[in-house]
Design a protein around this ligand. Structure first.
Ligand code: F6R
Length: 614
């Protein structure tokens, strides 16, 4: 949600900022802008639309300077237009700011500033903040860093900001609360600031993740200084980045989404590599082993997550209850945080988040923490806010996911959650050795099975051609394939803008069946497991109403093949793991349909990759 990037050093800032904005664009693409200081002047270029539109807008105009900032926006306050685009300047024009987050008390602050003579060009909370800083800077006669500190003490909300002053072209001030901010320390006094490490990795692997309520003061050719909102000095903690640059490129694929779908055999393997010893029947998960007593004695597991991560949680519920025999509740983080939920100290709360930044999930964690539960994080982005806010956790190791629609993160989350469930089951002695070995062997064979499904891409593309113009679609599945139906529907609607619903197959007759006619494609997961015969009956019900059935079936299936309009075969696996294989055709189907409809697959409208606002 909004990407921010800034640079101070010896090079021209503009190319670094533009490249950084392209890398950050997955976070929001409503508008983009840059500000540079050159020869005592601030040049600001900003416009509605994507970073490429900003580049056209800048064109041949002067864009020099070795200090600057850039922003790509996902609109919260105000329309996505030129005025509301960042950077914003203060009334005097001397300060420029970029901001990710929301200033909740901006209306009150704005009123006070208007009373003191400030005027506003945009509807944004950010313009309020930069004017507040300017007001204090001018009247209190303090340093810019001090003005930022005093201002942030008056602010309620979330922010990651960078501020620069036209009259001091050798300084950047950065601060954060609840929105992430990383500082890269390059060679020879080059500093990079960004919402995540993707614009930085190319220049340096030495980074500092700013903590909440910290302010970094970066002066040209000087050591960076950090203080907190109480004006106490903080010693910077420099970490080494593990991210590889190639992971941020499309690598020959037309879209990041397709690349990430195809990466799944590898990402699933990376997820269990080093964690599973098949010969000895041992699963080694540090975050679990370190908190063995808590897991053995857990009264309940509460999973909190949003979107696709919530679907992964629903799949995991089946696994945990079946093998570890712990009751599980799966909650939308956004709903959970606003209830007064009953949480016991012997509950374990698992927070699942690809980005590790989702504001609602973070808030749910804070709530559960206050109530004394042990919080376990399952995140993909290393060093992310959620991974640091939890007591323990496990990374999914899927690598950067750039396509806005989540694909490889989903399968990695289910894989890691399956390992956790098996590890806990082993500790609690709720699984036989024979079943444990069998499930571990099945997990080990998943990369090959997913690779086999990917070979059906051409067939899935042909099916996509047939259904690309429908207005609605229904997805059905039973048991742990019901969340796969939800995920299939979400993938279709978010990137192709076709209305789609996911339902437990048996629920169809309680309402949705009324929708079925000859125009309605119904995507059904009909793999051979305990509920197979029941799903076959559901397919018959759809066919009786002239609906079109596209079924995902186990290799060699004959019965559904006779009933369905089209079948897509997937390899057999343990019924607890079927979602990992069954979801792949749905991912490919959405990709192809979106592409055929001319939609922007990697950057669907109105969406952003990490949702750092409520
Ligand atoms: C769907 C999608 C979103 C995210 C959701 C949670 O394709 O990407 O629904 O799954 O916003 O994001 P994370 O997992 O980063 O917390």
């Amino acid at each position: 949600m909004c990407g921010i990037v800034a640079y101070l050093g010896k090079e021209e800032a503009y190319p670094i900022l533009i490249k950084g904005l392209h890398r950050l664009e997955y976070r929001g693409y409503d508008s983009a802008g840059v500000a540079l200081i050159d020869e005592g002047d601030i040049q600001v270029y900003k416009c509605k639309g994507k970073v490429s539109e900003l580049e056209n807008h800048v064109g041949e105009n002067s864009h020099h300077g070795s200090i600057g900032m850039g922003h790509t926006r996902w609109a919260t306050h105000g329309q996505p237009n030129d005025e509301n685009a960042h950077p914003h300047q203060s009334n005097k024009g001397n300060l420029a700011i970029i901001h990710n987050g929301i200033i909740e008390n901006y209306a009150t602050l704005k009123e006070e500033l208007i009373n003191r003579g400030h005027t506003f060009q945009s509807e944004t909370d950010t313009e309020v903040l930069v004017n507040l800083i300017e007001d204090i800077y001018r009247h209190a006669k303090v340093s810019l860093a001090e003005a930022v500190r005093i201002s942030l003490n008056e602010v309620v909300g979330a922010y990651a900001i960078v501020v620069m002053d036209r009259d001091n072209p050798g300084q950047l001030i950065a601060a954060k609360k609840s929105s992430p901010l990383v500082i890269g320390i390059g060679e020879e006094g080059d500093y990079y600031i960004a919402s995540d490490a993707t614009p930085i990795v190319e220049y340096t692997k030495n980074v500092i993740y700013l903590e909440d309520e910290e302010i970094a003061v970066i002066n040209r050719d000087q050591e960076l200084k950090i203080m907190n909102l109480q004006n106490q000095k903080v010693t910077p903690y420099v970490q080494e980045l593990e991210m590889q640059l190639e992971a941020l490129e499309k690598g020959g694929y037309d879209h990041f989404m397709l690349k990430e779908i195809y990466e799944q055999p590898r990402s699933i393997k990376d997820c269990f590599r080093g964690r599973m010893n098949l010969q000895k029947g041992i699963i080694k998960m540090q975050g679990i082993d370190d908190n063995k007593d808590q897991w053995i004695n857990a009264r309940r597991i509460i999973i909190v997550a949003c979107g696709t991560s919530w679907h992964a949680g629903l799949v995991a519920e089946y696994m945990f209850e079946d093998v570890a025999r712990i009751p599980v509740e799966v909650e939308y983080a956004s709903e959970f945080r606003y209830r007064n939920p009953i949480i016991y100290p012997d509950d374990i709360v698992i927070a699942i988040s690809q980005s590790g930044e989702t504001a609602d999930t973070l808030a749910a964690i804070e709530l559960a923490k206050k109530k004394g539960a042990h919080i376990f994080g399952v995140c993909n982005v290393v060093g992310s806010t959620i991974s640091r806010a939890t007591h323990s956790g496990a990374y999914t190791h899927a690598g950067p996911e750039i396509g806005v629609a989540s694909t490889k993160a989903f399968t990695a989350q289910i894989t890691v959650l399956s390992l956790i469930a098996l590890s806990v089951a082993q500790m609690r002695e709720t699984i036989s050795n024979e079943r444990l070995y069998r499930l571990m062997a099945e997990i080990n064979s998943l990369p090959d099975k997913v690779a086999q499904v990917l070979e059906s891409n051409d067939q899935i593309e042909s099916i996509s051609e047939i259904y690309k113009d429908v207005a609605n679609a229904l997805y059905l599945g039973r048991g742990n394939n019901f969340p796969v139906a939800l995920e299939g529907a979400l993938k279709l609607k978010e990137i192709s803008y076709i209305h789609a619903e996911g339902y437990p197959a048996a629920e169809m007759k309680h309402g949705p069946i009324a929708l079925i006619d000859e125009n309605m494609p119904v995507f059904v997961i009909a793999t051979q497991d305990e509920s197979y015969e029941k799903v076959v009956s559901n397919i018959q019900e759809v066919k009786a109403r002239k609906g079109k059935v596209i079924a995902i079936v186990t290799y060699g299936d004959e019965q559904v093949k006779k009933l369905a309009d089209y079948t897509i075969e997937i390899p057999k696996t343990d019924s607890l793991l079927v979602p990992l294989v069954a979801v792949i055709p749905f991912q490919l189907l959405s990709y192809h349909i979106a592409l055929m409809r001319g939609c922007n697959v990697d950057q669907p409208r109105n969406l952003a990759k990490s949702v750092t606002v409520e």
